[in-house]
Design a protein around this ligand. Structure first.
Ligand SMILES: [Mg+2]
Length: 415
């Protein structure tokens, strides 16, 4: 064990202590506030007087769509539509390692249950985006159940509602079309939604080529020229660049007055991410692949990001993501959850934005990717953007109703 004299020797020899030691109580107590945020209570228990005992957690399927259904002993029910692109690869994990842990437990202990399932049966060995997605689906269903029980929208179960509407940014995922072709698509997205902000892709996804860089250098000025100075433009490289190219592209984005620059370098290269953030004036965003609370702490504590983007699904749900939002708030950073598209992801980010004070003005939107028959309670229609904004559902739980005839066709998945 290293003693105090050894520490002094190291210091006088100019061998700097690692940040983990030197920052223990530095930066005006930022670290302490980040640690406090990580264990802060999230589920509001104030109006949940009686136990809500979870009687069953089931996985239901129709064709490629999977739902998690949670029922309580007193007959309440909650539903979560999963992300069909992800669930089909991991539903045995969901069914055997996550769902059983919630049965017989009190839903009011949700904060604790989310941690318990992580350590239960050595589940921590499965930690990653897949495991935490499974936890998120059960959590979404439990929150829907509680919301149905008390007649409150999902957001209000985890915070004070401070927004009833949110502006959206429409995200485009095309990397194959020409620069002009991408701007054509952005114009269509703006026309159907009235969006005042859009996001498009740069680089070649986890890589760049001469052709992709050529396209980037053409697309960045072209989008600004064709879409005008009033529109807010965001870009996402999906970890395409190395540090020098990220800085070069970032400078061009600054020249054309872009909003944030998402995942400029490899997403888990925290140090390169910080190097780019330090070098650029444009806001750097990231975090969609992150599943570790402590790595988010590192990113926030070291100002390696300007905008923090946990994915509510990939990161394991609202309880954990609210804690990331609180960490970001403690450091004076904005948050905008990444939205994984399927599984009514837009609804989740809207509920999140309804209660997160440091939420960015625009929430990610990708249209209706699920193609399922559902309606927002109170409107009788699916979620839609009007004049670039969406009313955040105020009905109980997730605030939607799935078509009963469709739901009748769901069959339990038994492993
Ligand atoms: Mg992204």
């Amino acid at each position: 064990m290293i003693d105090r004299r050894d520490l002094l020797k190291l210091a006088t020899a100019g061998m700097l202590l690692p940040p983990a030691l030197t920052l223990a109580s530095g930066k005006n107590g930022l670290r302490e506030r980040l640690l406090a945020a990580q264990s802060s209570p999230v589920l509001r228990r104030d109006r949940l007087r009686d136990p809500i005992v979870i009687e069953s957690v089931e996985l239901l399927r129709r064709d490629e769509q999977f739902f998690v259904r949670v029922r309580s002993k007193d007959g309440a029910q909650g539903l979560a539509l999963t992300n069909k692109q992800i669930v089909r690869h991991i539903y045995p994990l969901l069914s055997t390692r996550v769902m059983p842990r919630f049965v017989g437990r009190d839903a009011r202990d949700l904060d604790k249950l989310v941690h318990d399932v992580f350590v239960w049966g050595q589940n921590y060995k499965w930690q990653g985006l897949g495991f935490w997605s499974c936890v998120a689906w059960v959590e979404f269903a439990v929150l829907d159940l509680i919301g149905n029980l008390v007649g409150a929208p999902l957001g209000e179960l985890v915070g004070e509602r401070i927004r009833d509407r949110s502006a959206i940014y429409y995200a485009n995922g095309d990397r194959t079309s020409s620069a002009d072709g991408v701007v054509d698509q952005l114009e269509e997205l703006i026309a159907i939604s009235g969006a005042k902000a859009v996001k498009f892709k740069l680089g070649a996804r986890m890589n760049y080529t001469d052709a992709s860089t050529q396209r980037d250098l053409e697309l960045i000025p072209l989008a600004r020229k064709r879409l005008g100075d009033e529109l807010t433009l965001f870009t996402d490289s999906n970890s395409s660049y190395d540090v020098p190219l990220a800085i070069r592209i970032g400078r061009l984005l600054e020249e054309y007055n872009y909003g944030f620059f998402e995942e400029p370098v490899q997403f888990d290269h925290l140090w390169e991410t910080k190097a780019v953030t330090d070098a650029l004036d444009i806001a750097v965003a990231g975090g969609e692949e992150e599943y570790s609370m402590r790595r988010f702490q590192w990113l926030i504590e070291n100002a390696a990001l300007d905008i923090v983007q946990p994915d509510l699904l990939f990161f394991g749900g609202f309880v954990r993501s609210i804690r990331v939002a609180r960490m970001a708030e403690a450091a004076g950073l904005r948050i905008v959850p990444h939205m994984s598209g399927f599984g009514l992801g837009s609804l989740h980010v809207l509920h999140f934005a309804s209660v997160a004070p440091n939420s960015m003005d625009y929430q990610e939107f990708k249209g209706d990717k699920d193609g399922l028959p559902y309606e927002v309670i109170g409107t009788g229609k699916p979620l839609e953007a009007v004049d670039g904004k969406i009313d955040i559902p105020s009905g109980p739980g997730l605030g939607v109703r799935f078509d009963p005839d469709y739901m009748k066709q769901l069959k339990p998945v038994v492993l």
